[in-house]
Ligand binder design. Structure first.
Ligand code: DP6
Length: 326
C-alpha cells in the first residue's frame, strides 16, 4: 500500500544570533547566518494526508479551520512538496501546538518544520536533514533551524541549496534553560515576513550584517566552550542590534513595551549580582531569559517578584523534527 499520510513533531527555536532581512524574499534566503537552540518543551504536531478526492487543501490549527493568507502559506509549501514528488493531490493538514496560541511565542518555526517533515513523507519523499531544512526555510526562514537537533547554525548563502541549517551540538550538550516572559498577548501589528522586507530601509542593517560573521564565531565558540558570560554579552548585543535596525526602519518597528524594558534592566542587574542570565527578544515584546538549568527556580522567583509578568514558559534545548506513527 502506498502511504499518503504522515505525522511529524517539531519544536520552536530561540535565536541567540538573530536572522533579520533576506537576500531574496521569495526564496527566504537570509541576509546573515543565525544560531539558535530548539525549545524541547514546546511542540507542534502536524499530520498531512494527500487525498485525491479533495478539491483544495484544508488546514485545521488547534481544531479551527483556516482560510485566507494562513492557508495560502501552507498551500505554497505543499506546492513545493507536490512538485518535488510529482503529485497533484490536495492535502488535509491538521496541526496542534502544546503551547498557548496568541502569546507571541513564534509558532511559524515549529509549524513549517513539522509541515515540511509530514508533507514530504506523506508525499513519499525521503528527505535528509539538509533537504528538509531547505524546504522548511521556504515556509518560514527560522523553521530551517527547527529541523536539526539541539544547537544549530543556519547558513546565509546566495543559493537555495546552500542556505540550510545544521547542528553543531546536541540538545544535551549544555544545560541552558529558556524562561519566556509573556509580556503581551495581543497580536503583533507587523509580522516577521513584512519586517524582513523593511530591514534594508535602516542604514544600520548593512553594519549589522557585515559584523554578523564575527558574532556567529563568538557565539558558536562560547556555546562549544560553555562560556556563559561570553554568550550573554554577544547574545544581548545581537538582540539589541536587531532591534536597533527595527526601530530605525521606515516605517519603524518598535516591539518593546514598558514591561520589556523593565525585564531587560532587571536581567542586567541580576547578572551583575552574579546570576547567570541574559535576555534575547524576537519580533514582539516578550523577553526570553536564558539561564542554566540549576538556576531555573531562582530566575522564576525573581521574575515573579517583578510583579508585571503573569505567564512564564520554560524550556530546555530540544531535538529536531521527528516522525511518529499515526
Ligand atoms: C526575529 O522566521 O519568523 O524571530 O520567514 O517571515 O516566517 P518568516 O520570518 P521568521 O523570522 C524570524 C525573526 C526573528 C529572529 C530569528 O528567529 O532569528
Amino acid at each position: 500500500m502506498i502511504m499518503n499520510k504522515a505525522t511529524a513533531i517539531a519544536h520552536p527555536n530561540i535565536a541567540l544570533i538573530k536572522y533579520w532581512g533576506n537576500l531574496d524574499d521569495e526564496l527566504r534566503l537570509p541576509s546573515n547566518s543565525s544560531i539558535s537552540f530548539n525549545l524541547g518543551s514546546l511542540e507542534t504536531r502536524t499530520s498531512v494526508e494527500f487525498e485525491p478526492d479533495l478539491s483544495g487543501d484544508q488546514l485545521l490549527i488547534n481544531g479551527e479551520a483556516q482560510s485566507g493568507q494562513v492557508l495560502q502559506r501552507v498551500t505554497d509549501q505543499l506546492d513545493l512538496v507536490r512538485s518535488m514528488a510529482g503529485i497533484s493531490d490536495s492535502a488535509r493538514v491538521t496541526s496542534t501546538n502544546n503551547f498557548p496560541m496568541g502569546t507571541g511565542i513564534a509558532s511559524s518555526a515549529s509549524a513549517f518544520a513539522a509541515l515540511a517533515g509530514a508533507a514530504s513523507r506523506a508525499a513519499g519523499l525521503d528527505l535528509d536533514v539538509k533537504s528538509l531544512s531547505m524546504l522548511a526555510r521556504r515556509g518560514s526562514g527560522s523553521a530551517a533551524r527547527s529541523i536539526p537537533a539541539g544547537f544549530v547554525v543556519l547558513h546565509a548563502e546566495k543559493s537555495n541549496e546552500d542556505a540550510y541549517a545544521e547542528s553543531f551540538a546536541g540538545p544535551e550538550y549544555w544545560d541552558l534553560m529558556d524562561c519566556i516572559c509573556v509580556v503581551s498577548r495581543t497580536h503583533k501589528p507587523t509580522g516577521s515576513t513584512q519586517g524582513h522586507q523593511l530591514a534594508e530601509t535602516s542604514p544600520l542593517q548593512a553594519a549589522r550584517v557585515t559584523d554578523s560573521t564575527r558574532r556567529i564565531r563568538i557565539c558558536r565558540e562560547a556555546i562549544l566552550d560553555k562560556d556563559f558570560e561570553t554568550l550573554a554579552e554577544i547574545a544581548e548585543a545581537d538582540s539589541n542590534m536587531m532591534h536597533a535596525v527595527m526601530m530605525t526602519s521606515n516605517p519603524q518597528l518598535l516591539y518593546w513595551e514598558p514591561a520589556t524594558l523593565e525585564i531587560m534592566h532587571a536581567v542586567r542587574r541580576w547578572r551583575s549580582e552574579g546570576l547567570p542570565v541574559f535576555y534575547t527578544i524576537d519580533a514582539g515584546p516578550n523577553v526570553h531569559i536564558i539561564t542554566l538549568k540549576d538556576y531555573r527556580s531562582q530566575v522564576i522567583e525573581k521574575i515573579n517578584q517583578l510583579g508585571s509578568i503573569t505567564t512564564i514558559l520554560t524550556s530546555k534545548p530540544g531535538y529536531g523534527v521527528r516522525f511518529i506513527d499515526t
